[in-house]
Design a protein around this ligand. Structure first.
Ligand code: DC
Length: 438
């Protein structure tokens, strides 16, 4: 799945396509106009002269024909069995009949599957339609729902089609209202804003103003934190410190997604683990630390580098809500589910509580192994020794959809096993004795 997914839903002629295209261009992202898919299936069904209200026949058309879609020159290209239908799907006849395809549940299911497949091949994508934020991409990083009054939408469509007499505009408005009613009332994938969508009323805004407004939100959500200078500078300082005193061996940095909710699950060997884990991650990370550390100047320092205080020995609900909120905004959070530093270098079984945070925050999970930190700064020593080798390995990313398939215990066991295996592989490569985990 793409690392960055922005969905734009809304009614006919609300400006979704134009805005999604412009936004994709500005963010250097790919673009998907899902209406084109419904239109292409409509055209294929019309060409096959089938009964449009028969879902079985519609499905046959969808399965037997080869549909292809591609964003090219800020246009959604569509073809059926290799024949270009980019213009053919925009006729009034197709527009009028698309409602049959749009209200066939099994057809919608298949088209949503194709939309997810399309997104899987892209790194960043802006996708528009009626159900993108609600059904196709419920975990999207950012969701928008565009609206405008029917009169304004009719006016825009009339100008587009060169039909500007009063009668023509009124007729267009009636058609638009009919399509709204049909889109809102179907039982599967009805048109409505997702609970977490930002609703933008475009009635009195120009296209450019809407794009700027959306970019403002997007930058706030996606790019604001990386732009905060102090955490970045702090990370750089930590890197200089670590490179001065240790020999660092980072691996697998490409496994860290650039965008979207992310939880790094790390084993805990020393006080320096949050630093080791974070210095190679080029996106802002939040950490948790026990609340008793948040005193005086040190407390202020912790807050400034995005550390969230958490009460020990109890379920700290406000802290959990803060973490989930940070994840939902598309941030990364670094967690140490062993709860405390190891006493012998081995990884103790993870406490399962973090699973809820991952699921509720719609987060992907990356396991992070730290090895060598125990030898460098074991629990019983007051100070670290200089010159030790520290291995920091970022394992394969588990997408949010996979994380959600596991309950808390399964996720904790899976990650404990994964990190133990990574640890023993890493130790064997260094010529060290692997740990026995029975
Ligand atoms: O946005 P559009 O006018 O090109 O959409 C064409 C038809 O497809 C319209 O009837 C609504 C329907 N549609 C849908 O039901 N779900 C989507 N995600 C996109 C379009």
């Amino acid at each position: 799945m793409a690392n960055l997914i922005i969905t734009i839903d809304g009614p006919a002629a609300s400006g979704k396509s134009t805005i999604a295209r412009m936004l994709a261009e500005r963010l250097d992202a790919s673009f998907l106009d899902t209406g084109a898919m419904y239109r292409a299936v409509t055209l294929a069904a019309m060409q096959a002269r089938i009964d449009m209200s028969n879902e079985r026949e519609l499905l046959d058309v969808l399965n037997q024909k080869k549909f292809q879609f591609a964003a090219k020159d800020s246009k959604m290209m569509a073809s059926i069995d290799g024949i270009d239908v980019t213009d053919g799907i925009r006729t009034p006849e197709v527009t009028a009949s698309a409602k049959y395809i749009a209200s066939a549940p099994k057809v919608r299911e298949k088209l949503v599957e194709m939309q997810r497949q399309f997104a899987a091949d892209e790194e960043k994508i802006v996708t528009e339609g009626r159900d993108q934020g609600t059904v196709a991409f419920p975990n999207a990083c950012l969701k928008f729902y565009l609206t405008a009054t029917p009169a304004e939408r009719a006016r825009r469509r009339a100008i587009e089609e060169g039909q500007t007499t009063r009668d023509q505009i009124e007729q267009i408005q009636r058609e638009i209202e009919e399509r709204d009613a049909s889109d809102q009332s179907r039982s599967v994938g009805p048109m409505k804003p997702a609970d977490d969508a930002i609703v933008v009323d475009t009635t009195d805004l120009s296209v450019e103003e809407v794009v700027e407004k959306i970019l403002e939100y997007a930058e706030g959500r996606i790019y604001r934190l990386p732009k905060m200078l102090w955490p970045r500078f702090a990370r750089w300082l930590c890197k200089v410190f670590c490179r001065t005193f240790f020999r660092l061996h980072p691996q697998g940095r490409e496994n860290i997604p650039d965008y979207g909710p992310l939880v790094l699950i790390c084993n805990h060997q020393s006080f320096l683990d949050p630093v080791f884990c974070g210095i190679f991650v080029k996106r802002p990370l939040y950490y948790l630390a026990r609340d008793t550390l948040f005193r005086g100047l040190f407390g202020k320092l912790l807050v400034s580098i995005q550390t969230i205080p958490v009460k020990r020995g109890e379920a700290d609900l406000p802290a959990m809500r803060t973490v989930i909120g940070k994840l939902k905004q598309g941030n990364g959070v670094c967690l140490f589910p062993e709860g405390t530093r190891t006493s012998d270098g081995k990884i103790t079984a993870f406490k399962p509580g973090f699973g809820l945070l991952c699921r509720r925050g719609n987060a992907a999970v990356v396991p992070v192994l730290i090895d060598g930190a125990f030898e460098t700064w074991p629990r019983h020593k007051k100070l670290f020794s200089i010159g030790g080798s520290i291995f920091i390995q970022y394992g394969k990313c588990i997408p949010a959809s996979e994380v959600k398939k596991m309950d808390d215990r399964q996720l904790a066991e899976f990650l404990t096993d994964t990190l133990r295996k990574m640890q023993n592989d890493c130790r064997l490569k260094q010529g060290k004795e692997p740990y026995s985990y029975g």
